[in-house]
Design a protein around this ligand. Structure first.
Ligand code: FES
Ligand code: FES
Length: 204
């Protein structure tokens, strides 16, 4: 979820510009309703937005209703993050924002200006895969692959949060990421492997 640094005032101002939220309707800070995300009201004036993605600044002119996911995929052509449900339910669109996992289909791009966004494209170090990417390959943790980038980004956060202590714990903390192919056992094994690898690196 987007941090409290994004104020309710900012959310309402942008939502009002987008014409996406009826007056008086309650709204969680930084999170938009699916209806607002896919709103079809008359197009509002574009906004200048600076997005920091994978360490690079991008200056974009966006419809204020543009979700972070659409900004990444359609404006920056970073198509690793996938649109599954578009409703915050499947996790295919998961990215990291300031190190924390967020569902980019529910975040307005204009509200994450200046935040550090990391997508699957920014995870590897040159030719060297992130340990979790390598573990997904080693463990054969995907079939169609549609959920995979979201699973990996959520898995990276799951490990960083210290929630990879057991298969049960991993399943609980990865429950927001669905896999229609049912590759869960392999995904959990890959996260366990990467957590161990990360710990062994830390332990020196
Ligand atoms: S596409 Fe974002 S949660 Fe499904
Ligand atoms: S590998 Fe197909 S949806 Fe997960």
């Amino acid at each position: 979820m987007i941090s409290d640094e994004i104020t309710r005032r900012e959310v309402l101002a942008i939502a009002a510009a987008a014409g996406g939220i009826p007056a008086g309707r309650p709204l969680m800070s930084g999170v938009i309703s699916p209806a607002a995300a896919q709103g079809t009201a008359g197009a509002p004036a574009p906004m200048d937005v600076m997005l920091r993605v994978n360490g690079t600044e991008h200056r974009l002119s966006l419809d204020p209703r543009t979700t972070l996911l659409d900004a990444l995929r359609e404006h920056l052509h970073l198509t690793g993050s996938k649109k599954g449900c578009g409703l915050g339910q499947c996790g295919a669109c998961t990215v990291l924002m300031d190190g924390k996992r967020v569902k980019s289909c529910l975040s307005l791009a204009a509200l994450v200006e200046g935040r550090e966004i990391m997508t699957i494209e920014g995870l590897a170090q040159g030719e060297e895969l992130h340990p979790l990417q390598a573990a997904f390959i080693e463990r054969d943790a995907f079939q169609c692959g549609y959920c995979t980038s979201g699973q990996i980004m959520a898995g990276v956060a799951c490990i960083a949060e210290g929630h990879a202590g057991s298969p049960e714990e991993i399943r609980e903390w990865m429950s927001g990421n669905l896999c229609r192919c049912g590759a869960y056992d392999h995904i959990v094994a890959a996260i366990q492997d990467a957590a161990r690898a990360t710990n062994s690196v830390r332990g020196g």
